[in-house]
Design a protein around this ligand. Structure first.
Ligand SMILES: NC(=O)c1ccc[n+]([C@@H]2O[C@H](COP(=O)([O-])OP(=O)(O)OC[C@H]3O[C@@H](n4cnc5c(N)ncnc54)[C@H](OP(=O)(O)O)[C@@H]3O)[C@@H](O)[C@H]2O)c1
Length: 330
């Protein structure tokens, strides 16, 4: 199997994002179905599982502890701190060292493991200097509770400050044909510092896979309802771009989802993609995209069709946008 470097580990080019086994899009699968999907993923060769304290407010980490604990040596376990459910039961971003330590202890317990391989700061808490949060993570490495440190949705400047405190193994940020922000500076900074780039939502939260045509059917609590690109009028215009992307997929002899994943992976050897799915067929289809190389013509054509100038609507609403640090296009 082809592998890519992921910090001090190696991973298949495609890892599994586990978030939507607990929340985010529509109704999550039952625990039994989630357990089957996780085990199927490992059987297929997935060896990177990505979770977070936030997902399902702990439920997602519990799923991994319950269903794949016995296969712990078969995968790189990635989780995240700094964004979690607080004592009042609401989502909070908090990067204070004591809170990072507390979240790590909670995650280890839920995951039923002694060590987390790759532990990300899910969001930089802008009230806490990044050096302090990374310092706390560095202490956890020294104590053997985590192995590698990652950051999520941070700018190139913040990455460089953090890397000066402790080597950063990976940056996880949204990257896909319709979200090009890492191309502003973060991809270059990662290449420069030897940091792996982990692309989340590489299928544009289903848009690029082509099966979501009618956003009015999204469940009431579906996160995409609050994302401007998924607002009905914007989405209708974005679907027109997708119709052109479908022509390229046909020429490249792959599905739309595979085209989107092969595009992300083809941008650099330094990238790992972590699509999420609740569907066993999609699981297999996505994993096999790791072996697909697109033609130069496909890269050129896709860049022309879909980019920051042609996509309609921001990726986040104003509140969520204020929480991230990744560079924005002017
Ligand atoms: N660091 C962060 O802040 C952050 C934020 C968001 C996500 N993430 C991570 O990234 C992972 C993936 O992101 P994501 O789930 O938001 O987005 P994604 O992978 O771009 O899209 C997932 C959606 O695409 C659909 N899908 C997947 N494969 C498909 C296929 N082959 N054909 C048709 N539809 C397909 C899924 O539906 P089905 O279930 O029907 O397949 C699901 O609705 C998450 O699980 C999480 O680990 C991280």
């Amino acid at each position: 199997m082809m592998t890519r470097k992921l910090g001090s580990f190696t991973s298949a080019p495609v890892g599994l994002g586990c978030m939507n086994l607990s929340h985010a899009y529509g109704v999550p699968p039952s625990e039994k179905e989630a357990g089957e999907l996780l085990n199927n993923a490992l059987d297929l060769g997935y060896n990177l599982l990505d979770t977070a304290a936030l997902y399902g407010f702990g439920h997602n980490e519990e799923l991994l502890g319950k269903f794949v604990k016995a296969r712990r040596s078969e995968f790189v376990l990635a989780s995240k701190c700094g964004m979690f459910r607080n004592a009042e039961g609401v989502r909070e971003i908090n990067g204070h060292p004591d809170m990072i330590r507390q979240t790590c202890e909670d995650s280890l317990r839920r995951l039923q493991t002694d060590v987390i391989d790759l532990y990300y700061l899910h969001r930089w808490d802008k009230n806490v200097p990044i050096e302090e949060s990374v310092g706390a993570l560095s202490d956890l490495v020294a104590e053997g509770k985590i192995r590698d440190i990652g950051l999520s949705e941070i700018s190139a400047d913040t990455l460089r400050k953090a890397h000066a405190v402790h080597p950063i193994a990976a940056v996880q940020t949204e990257y896909s044909l319709w979200t090009r922000n890492p191309e502003i500076a973060v991809l270059d900074a990662c290449a420069d510092l030897g940091v792996t780039f982990v692309a989340f939502s590489p299928l544009a939260r289903a848009f690029l896979a082509g099966k979501l045509r009618d956003v009015s059917l999204l469940a009431e609590k579906d996160l995409r309802r609050n994302m401007p690109r998924f607002y009905p009028q914007n989405y209708a215009r974005n679907l027109q771009l997708l119709d052109q992307v479908a022509v390229v997929a046909e020429q490249e002899n792959c599905s739309l989802a595979q085209l989107a994943l092969a595009w992300v992976l083809g941008r650099s050897d330094n990238i790992v993609a972590i699509p999420g799915t609740t569907n066993l067929n999609h699981l297999e289809e996505n994993f096999s995209a790791g072996a697909i190389s697109l033609s130069d013509e496909a890269f050129t054509r896709l860049d022309q069709i879909i980019n920051q100038h042609t996509v309609v609507g921001g990726r986040y609403n104003d509140v969520t946008q204020a929480e991230i640090d990744t560079e924005e296009f002017a």
